[in-house]
Design a protein around this ligand. Sequence first.
Ligand SMILES: NC(=O)c1ccc[n+]([C@@H]2O[C@H](COP(=O)([O-])OP(=O)(O)OC[C@H]3O[C@@H](n4cnc5c(N)ncnc54)[C@H](O)[C@@H]3O)[C@@H](O)[C@H]2O)c1
Length: 327
Amino acid sequence: MSKVLITGGAGFIGSYVCRKLLEMDHEVVVYDAFVHYISPLKSILKEYTELRFQGIADQIDFRRGDTRDKAHLRRVILETRPDRILHLAALPIADLSNRHSEEALTSILEGAVNVLEVLRDVDFVKRFVYISSSMIYGDFEEIPAPEDHPKHPKDIYGGTKYAGEVMTETYSRRYGIPYSIIRPSAVYGPYDVNRRVSQIFVENALLGKQIMLYGGGHQTLDFTYVEDAAEGMIKVMFHEKGDGKAFNITYGRGYTLRELAEILKTHFADLDVKIVEEEDVFRPKRGALSIEKAKSLVGYDPQVSLEEGIKRYLEVYRDLDVFKNHL
Ligand SMILES: NC(=O)c1ccc[n+]([C@@H]2O[C@H](COP(=O)([O-])OP(=O)(O)OC[C@H]3O[C@@H](n4cnc5c(N)ncnc54)[C@H](O)[C@@H]3O)[C@@H](O)[C@H]2O)c1
């Protein structure tokens, strides 16, 4: 049995990791600042933290704290003595990172370096897992993109995530900190509230609103169901062969936004889809990532196709009052 401290553990992905770790009988400490990235006045699903932790909240040691507050972070790590740290806490959205670049730098980079600074001085943490992003690659030059693909991030989010990777490797080389790096992509599923494209499409479909396909809907993403992403993070965190390496943790297949809209149309025949040719030129051109390394070294085996993931997402949301009243 391990004790895992998850920075950003109260978030969308973190909550699924918490649930899985508890099912495996591990102890869980969540270190989280409980940040709202979307104005509470605008968010449709207001009670998302309760929903994420229904049935498990009392089994978790929740510590409110900001990774930018190094002294407090150090105190909590020394008090709780975890043997693994999963570092998810970060400003998680590319658009917001460009608009709030100062916050992106402190939240993504300084936060990660602060954890590494504490880890210089302790020997009880057996693995630090840094959650990066597939945005570090920039435009994909090879599809599926392997982990050694060139790193040419096109925006502040990808650049700061990549800087965090470099610092993780540097601290490890200099101070012997055991680490893994994980690059997820387009994670989706119930209780994401950061208004990524999958959430906007699913919620608009449920509310009978139009969905817009920018760039003609040709943008391709490796959509990853949140349960697969959480499972992959746990596999990397505990596996001996996860040490000192970077892994893509995605579904391993690219779907265009048009294909996502088509999947939704199988559930909502009247879905109103508008094609808009205009596109964001700073959005990297992406597609599938290679997951062969994670499959062969740590036994990662994602199970949920986009068709199945959307079905599961809708099954959960159709029961929520906020959407039921619109159906
Ligand atoms: N969701 C995706 O598609 C995706 C893809 C690639 C990478 N990631 C990365 O995964 C991580 C989690 O993303 P998510 O989708 O669960 O986002 P989320 O916003 O749901 O969760 C992030 C959590 O981190 C907390 N947090 C943020 N800054 C903090 C700080 N300075 N100190 C303490 N807590 C802080 C927030 O309160 C929140 O609970 C992020 O690092 C994100 O960049 C996500």
